[in-house]
Design a protein around this ligand. Structure first.
Ligand SMILES: [Zn+2]
Length: 345
């Protein structure tokens, strides 16, 4: 299966958002609704400059307060590797790199985890959730509507479940170790706008989370409590009342080529088996294939379009990436690994 040709699905003339993308409309010039409101690409550098200054203020206010200044959710992929490198070297923060091993980290990505953290000389924690739970989580995510429509415009259902589990683990660790900042390696389009700096108020968060937890318990079973819940005891015991959640890549604004060039110096190497849109996860292509079958657009298109709109990717490269929709043959092995029947998708 390949994505429909541009003639069948209309693409925005500036970014590459397709007419199949939820809530999209086009003006007479062929600009999508997101591009109509967006400033020209060069203006984003000024916007990012302002965001970098705000980020620096958060770093300055929190440096040296705990055993670690920041916990970095580190997948071993290019973006979180770059984030880790920049926070350690450019901003002089004491980072703790934390990786969730979902059982599908490509072999080269596993080498990258070690290479990047040892080159940077930083501590590294690996947490491996029970594979039986992870397989159930992924299979359910592929066959049941677990996530909101808005969340699905930013990532596949499989990815969303994984991301939520990862984020929750980072919050628990931050509470345990009283680390005031958590950094993700998300880039524009993967997270909602204005996600460069978010302040999580733990008392408010506890109320909000109970709704999401109910949903996860219903879909993923009683073990979901441990993976998606923070626990009142942990919140009460921790000295932290607020956690700064930051996504520095949104402020850095670096192209994929430059990211790869810079992290290569740490011994990072590109994976050959993770598809066009991932540099660490063997399950990613399955997530894309499932999403495409259910929603008729590539779940990466929002972030790719955002990269084009903000001047970080050429439209030509974007079209190539977006149209690379894995067929079932390419993801059959992974589907089998999580017990997924293609007919159930
Ligand atoms: Zn557009």
């Amino acid at each position: 299966m390949s994505a429909p040709a541009a003639g069948e699905v209309r693409l925005c003339v500036r970014c590459v958002l397709p007419s199949t993308f939820p809530g999209i409309s086009f003006d007479a010039r062929g600009l999508c609704s997101l591009c109509q409101d967006a400033p020209p690409a060069p203006e984003f550098e000024k916007i990012r400059g302002d965001l970098r200054r705000k980020l620096e203020a958060v770093f300055d206010a929190n440096r040296g307060k705990a055993e670690y200044d920041v916990i970095v959710a580190f997948s071993g992929g290019k973006d979180s590797s770059y984030t880790l490198m920049a926070l350690t070297r450019t901003y002089g923060l004491k980072c703790l790199a934390v990786t969730i091993d979902n059982g599908f980290i490509a072999e080269q990505a596993q080498k990258n985890l070690r290479a990047v953290t040892s080159s940077l000389g930083i501590d590294f924690l690996l947490f491996t959730p029970a594979p039986v739970f992870m397989h159930h989580l992924y299979k359910t995510s592929a066959t049941t509507p677990v996530h909101t429509k808005a969340a699905l415009t930013r990532a596949s259902s499989i990815c969303n479940s994984c991301i939520n589990l990862i984020n929750n683990h980072m919050v628990k660790l931050a509470l345990e170790k009283s680390v005031p900042i958590i950094a993700g390696g998300y880039i524009g389009g993967q997270v909602p706008k204005d996600s460069v700096i978010m302040v999580m108020d733990l008392d408010v968060q506890a109320r909000f989370r109970s709704e999401a937890i109910k949903r996860y318990l219903k879909h993923f079973g009683p073990d979901a409590e441990g993976y998606f819940g923070i626990g009142d005891t942990l919140v009460a015991r921790s000295a932290l009342r607020k956690i700064n959640i930051v996504n520095p890549m949104l402020a850095f604004g670096v192209s994929e080529e430059r990211i790869i060039e810079e992290i290569s110096e740490l011994g990072w190497r590109k994976t050959a088996d993770t598809g066009s849109n991932s540099t660490n996860c063997l399950l990613n292509d399955l997530g894309i294939a499932v999403h495409y079958k259910q929603h008729r657009y590539n779940p990466y298109v929002n972030e790719i379009a955002e990269q084009v709109r903000t001047g970080l990717m050429s439209r030509e490269d974007a079209i190539h990436k977006v149209q690379d929709i894995p067929d079932f043959a390419r993801v059959e092995r992974q589907a089998r690994a999580i017990g997924l029947e293609w007919g159930d998708v």
